[in-house]
Design a protein around this ligand. Structure first.
Ligand SMILES: [Cu+2]
Length: 569
């Protein structure tokens, strides 16, 4: 499944010789099994640069080194790993285990009684491990927290490590799930054990509902239960992929259509290059959280907010557990959610259009992260070692993916009626009447509409809107907007169901990073959407940004809005 990404990557020769040599050198040190390793080396040697935002604070650069988890920890968030370390001395380099059976990750709603019992037993055993064991559920939560909330500082780096909001989001979570799954298998004495995936992208309306959290996660006597959840994330409610948390009055039928169209925008039209899908580059010492990929932002992030309890009371924070980076991995649903994220990453590499490969940059593929293996020993894994699930010995059972064609028959993806239909002359009048963006503009409760001129057409790359110099006044609060094309009269209740919807900005506060507030960048693909809207002929694009009402509202400013071609790959 994921392994065939090689056939889909269309890497071009060229790039920087120094980087290429560095990649080859790193690969020589990484044990990769037989022929596939040779193919990796050939493909990874075709390294080329991509455009990077310049407004973010930058560090010394280079790949992320493997952290010494018990030692390299700042206690501000109390997410440190147990000390003293009691495992085998040193950090071993991860190696594939070709003799393991293939683990099959199945849709959670279709698990058999026996499989549910096995899952419950695994988490019961994991919860029962002592706090001194890095494999306990509490320490699994802490490990996730450690990597994203002011836990790890590298020497010479001013900012804490952050595995979210950038290009490490997907591979880091694949590693995390890999070891989590192996730990559960070890506790169960069953190396065929596989995590289930919560099939939230599947809108089928038949019972059991794939896009509701399965009922066995709601039994208060089960090890799969978490009391800190949104009451509206309980069946029969189905997931709202366009949520800012809490309950909704959208009907199930509306949600099914909305979710499918949102998935289509985020996975198919809006994120068809590595930079758009994986997120912004992030090198040693950079300020983390420079820019998430389209899919990390929404639906991944919005599901976290939707499952978390908006009314969680002290000592918890609002949206605990799932809606808070520090506590989310304490809820067993986290792992089923991320198993689906992992599955959708695999599927993305097979979609049509764009350049659907991973970032071929040596700092990406040679970065390393440390974990505890199924025996509780420290192990470091390279990002390059996550790119083939066959080598990691797991796969996913198939499920329907109607979002691939926008929920309609293939070939009709662009035929969804517009929420704001307009004649050619009305579009021209709108362009003439709309001002360009000014750095004095403020996005507040009133939607902000501005015009951006398109550059000369390029035959390579994807046409992207970039908003830079972005300032969020209070980063201890969420910041959120939805963006629409050629729809100035839109309001926030017009969601992803409208074809004019082009993407979301979704900033989740990081307590540990609250003392830093650099200017940020947000990008979204607009070229494919303009084609879908039948507006590919226009010389300027009309963009409208809308914030949700309520406590999330902030006065957001940015210095520049421009359109460019993303040639990342
Ligand atoms: Cu995470």
């Amino acid at each position: 499944m994921c392994s065939s990404w090689l056939a889909h990557s269309r890497a071009r020769p060229g790039g920087r010789r120094r980087r290429r040599m560095k990649v080859m050198d790193q690969l020589r040190r990484v044990p990769i099994s037989a022929m596939k390793g040779v193919i990796y080396a050939a493909v990874l040697s075709m390294v080329f640069a991509w455009t990077e935002a310049t407004t973010r604070p930058r560090g010394p650069g280079g790949p992320m080194p493997a952290a010494n988890l018990p030692e390299d920890c700042n206690t501000l968030e109390r997410c440190c790993m147990p000390k003293p370390y009691t495992g085998t001395p040193g950090i071993r380099q991860f190696e594939y285990e070709p003799n393991l059976p293939i683990r099959v990750r199945r849709p959670a709603h279709l698990l058999t009684k026996k499989e549910i019992a096995r899952l419950e037993k695994g988490y019961k055993l994991m919860r029962a491990l002592p706090d001194t064991d890095p494999r306990s559920l509490l320490n699994q939560m802490n490990l996730h927290c450690l990597y994203c909330d002011n836990g790890l500082y590298f020497k010479g780096a001013d900012y804490p490590l952050e595995v979210h909001n950038g290009w490490f989001f997907l591979p880091w979570h694949r590693m995390f799930l890999y070891f989590h799954e192996r730990i559960l298998g070890e506790l169960l004495g069953d190396d065929t054990f596989a995590l289930p995936y919560w099939n939230w992208d599947n809108p089928e309306a038949t019972e059991p509902l794939p896009n509701a959290i399965p009922s066995f996660y709601w039994n208060p006597n089960s090890s799969l239960y978490d009391p800190n959840r949104n009451i509206c994330s309980r069946p029969p409610f189905i997931v709202d992929l366009d949520s800012i948390g809490g309950c909704t009055n959208k009907t199930a039928d509306f949600l099914r259509v909305q979710n499918t169209r949102l998935q289509y925008t985020q996975m198919v039209l809006g994120g068809d290059t590595p930079a758009l899908f994986y997120g912004m580059p992030y090198r040693l010492g950079d300020f983390g959280g420079g820019g998430p990929g389209t899919f990390e932002d929404q639906p991944h992030g919005t599901i976290h907010a939707w499952v978390g309890d908006p009314n969680a009371e002290a000592p918890f924070r609002p949206f605990d557990d799932m809606g808070n980076f520090g506590r989310s991995a304490f809820d067993p649903v986290f792992y089923a959610h991320h198993a689906n994220v992992d599955r959708l990453w695999c599927l993305w590499t097979h979609l049509r259009g764009g350049k659907r490969t991973y970032p071929m940059d040596s700092d990406f593929v040679t970065s390393q992260f440390s974990f505890y293996d199924h025996k509780g020993n420290l192990v470091k894994m390279n990002v390059s070692q996550t790119l083939d699930t066959d080598l990691l010995r797991y796969k996913f059972e198939d499920s329907p993916t109607p979002w691939e064609t926008n929920g309609v028959a293939a070939g009709n993806e662009f035929n969804i009626p517009r929420c704001n239909p307009a004649s050619k002359s009305a579009v021209n009048r709108l362009i003439a009447a709309t001002p360009k963006h000014s750095s004095k503009d403020i996005l507040d409760i009133t939607p902000l509409t501005f015009k951006v001129r398109r550059p000369a057409r390029s035959s390579v790359g994807t046409e992207v809107l970039e908003i830079s110099g972005l300032q969020i006044p209070n980063i201890t609060l969420q910041a959120h907007w939805k963006a629409f094309l050629f729809f100035p009269q839109v309001n926030f209740t017009h969601g992803a169901i409208c074809p004019e919807f082009v993407g979301t900005y979704n900033f989740i506060p990081h307590v540990g990073q609250a003392k830093y507030n650099p200017k940020r960048v947000w990008r979204v693909a607009v070229g494919p959407k303009l084609k879908a809207l039948g507006l590919d002929h226009v010389k300027s694009v009309i963009v409208t940004l809308v914030q949700p009402p309520g406590p999330w509202l902030q006065d957001i400013k940015f210095t520049k809005a421009k359109i460019l071609y993303d040639t990342s790959g």
